[in-house]
Design a protein around this ligand. Structure first.
Ligand code: R5P
Length: 293
């Protein structure tokens, strides 16, 4: 069966690497907006009987979702054999319970909607804090890959005497495995989130790591409040300037600039979301996952 790779607009760099890695055909399409803001989608390539891969990372998902499902539905109607959605950053994973009475558990709603348009989903480190697997909410097979070995490799090759710092107790398992592979000690912050932009953290036992390079690692950097709160502690404790590493650099508003201003010596992310801070290439991981299926 022939494979064809489509890039949802904005995903061209990663989609090209995946297409080349799989020696697949390049999908051609037109996606644009009419003057009234409605979406227009046109398939140029012949997709009949092919395995179709759509690369669409889903940060700021509300703008992307409707055009994406129009594309997926069009593909479905065009007699494809199988649709795989590659969303290195998967949106709507954080509202996974009712934190307050009356709230919508949007991760469940989003998963149900998306599952109706695809045969398979591939993603990297989805925010599975309170759920044990994607199957709890997705009705299609999901392949979850982990960036941890690539994060460890980057730290091993780029940082002298690192001490890794995880954002919260839920991250301990992940941080400890990154630390083990990077041959580095680690700490975990005690974090409290009071609101979207209000986070307080405390860091136990930092004094003994004064000669180390602190490396803050998190799955998502969104408002960057978690990392900025930690940076303030490191400053007070007269530690070295930390490096901030996020798998998914969502960077809402001016979060990236604020992180640099707050004292990060470097900000490093994976290319799950295209950004100037991308240093960790997920393409080999995704290609391997696609080859396995
Ligand atoms: C939370 O559970 C996550 O692991 C991150 O710590 C969080 O998403 C970071 O968000 P922000 O950058 O807005 O503080």
């Amino acid at each position: 069966m022939k494979t064809i790779v489509f890039s949802y607009p904005g995903n061209e760099l990663l989609a090209t690497k995946i297409r080349e890695g799989l020696a697949a055909d390049e999908g051609q399409l037109v996606m644009r907006h009419f003057p009234d803001g409605e979406s227009y989608v046109q398939l140029i390539s012949d997709v009949a009987d092919k395995a179709v891969i759509v690369v669409a990372t889903l940060h700021r998902p509300d703008d992307k979702f409707l055009p994406l499902v129009f594309l997926l539905q069009l593909l479905k109607e065009s007699h494809v054999k199988k649709i795989t959605l590659v969303s290195p950053y998967l949106a709507y994973m954080r509202q996974d319970k009712k934190f307050k009475a009356g709230e919508a558990v949007t991760s469940t709603y989003f998963a149900a909607l998306l599952s109706g348009f695809i045969d398979q989903l591939i993603t990297i480190d989805p925010h599975l804090h309170r759920r044990s697997s994607m199957a709890e909410i997705y009705a299609v097979p999901c392949i979850v890959e982990h960036a941890a070995p690539l994060v460890s490799e980057w730290i091993r090759n780029s940082v002298i005497a690192p001490v890794l710092i995880g954002p919260d107790s839920e991250s301990e398992q992940w941080v400890s495995s990154v630390a083990k592979d990077a041959n580095a000690p680690y700490l975990v912050l005690d974090k409290q989130r009071m609101g979207d932009r209000e986070v307080s953290v405390s860091i136990p036992n930092v004094a003994k790591f004064k000669s180390y390079t602190p490396v803050l690692i998190d799955d998502i950097i969104s408002t960057a409040r978690t990392m900025i709160a930690a940076l303030q502690h490191f400053k007070k404790a007269e530690m070295q300037k930390p490096i901030c590493v996020g798998v998914h650099g969502v960077f809402s508003g001016s979060a990236f600039e604020e992180l640099v201003e707050a004292g990060a010596s470097r900000v490093v992310t994976s290319n799950s979301i295209p950004h100037a801070s991308n240093q960790i290439d997920l393409a080999p991981l995704i290609i391997k996952a696609l080859q396995r299926t």
